[in-house]
Design a protein around this ligand. Structure first.
Ligand code: URA
Length: 194
C-alpha cells in the first residue's frame, strides 16, 4: 500500500498536465487529518506555488484565522486542493487540468479515509460532488449543505462553503463562511444533510 508521503513525492514530480511547465512547486497537501476532516480548495496561488504548501497566502490567513476562532488546530485537518499546481495568473483551472489531477485527490481520500470533506468554492464543490453524481450549477445552491456518498471506496460527507478568496473579495460573506465552518468542523453539519 502506498503511503501519503510516497503520494506527495509522486505529486511533486507530476507531469500529467501542462501546469507542470509553469509551476515552481507542486502543492500536494499537508496535515495529519487526525480529526477525519479534509479541506479541499481549488488550486495553489502564488504564495503556495512559492512555498509548496496549501493555503499560505491571503486566503490561507483568512482560513487560519477562522479555524483558530473555532478552536481547531489546522494541523489536525488535512488541507489540499483539487489541482496541485498553480494555474498561470491564478486563472480558474480548466476541465482538463481538473481531470488530470483528480486521481491524486482520490488517492488522498483512499489513504486518509476522511469522514468529512469540506469543499471550498465552486471548482472544489463541482469536482467533489461530481464524484457522487451531483451536478453543481452555482455554489450558492449547495453551500451550507452536506451530501453523503462513497468516494474511492470511502463513505464520506461532502460539505460545501465559499472559497476564502471569495470571502476576501466580498466581506459580507464572512459571517456565513465562519458559520458554515463551525457547523462542518463541530459536527453540526448533521442537520444539513441532503
Ligand atoms: N486558494 C486555493 O484554492 N488553494 C490554496 O492553496 C490557496 C489559495
Amino acid at each position: 500500500m502506498y503511503t501519503l508521503e510516497q503520494l506527495h513525492e509522486e505529486i511533486k514530480r507530476c507531469t500529467r498536465c501542462p501546469l507542470h511547465k509553469t509551476r515552481r512547486n507542486a502543492v500536494p497537501g499537508e496535515g495529519s487529518g487526525r480529526l477525519g476532516i479534509m479541506i479541499v480548495g481549488e488550486a495553489p496561488g502564488s504564495s503556495e506555488d512559492e512555498q509548496g504548501r496549501p493555503f499560505v497566502g491571503a486566503a490561507g490567513s483568512l482560513l487560519n484565522k477562522t479555524l483558530s476562532t473555532l478552536g481547531v488546530e489546522r494541523g489536525d485537518l488535512y488541507i489540499t486542493n483539487v489541482v496541485k499546481c498553480r494555474p498561470p495568473g491564478n486563472r480558474t483551472p480548466t476541465r482538463e487540468e481538473v481531470a488530470a489531477c483528480l486521481p491524486y485527490l482520490l488517492r488522498q481520500i483512499e489513504i486518509l479515509r476522511p469522514r468529512r470533506i469540506i469543499a471550498l468554492g465552486a471548482v472544489s464543490a463541482g469536482a467533489l460532488l461530481g464524484l457522487i453524481g451531483r451536478q453543481v450549477e452555482r455554489v450558492g445552491d449547495v453551500r451550507g449543505k452536506c451530501f453523503r456518498g462513497k468516494v474511492a471506496g470511502v463513505d464520506v460527507e461532502i460539505c460545501v462553503t465559499y472559497h476564502p478568496a471569495a470571502v476576501l473579495r466580498n466581506p459580507r460573506l464572512r459571517g456565513t463562511f465562519a458559520e458554515d465552518l463551525a457547523a462542518f468542523l463541530g459536527g453540526g453539519g448533521l442537520e444539513r444533510y441532503f
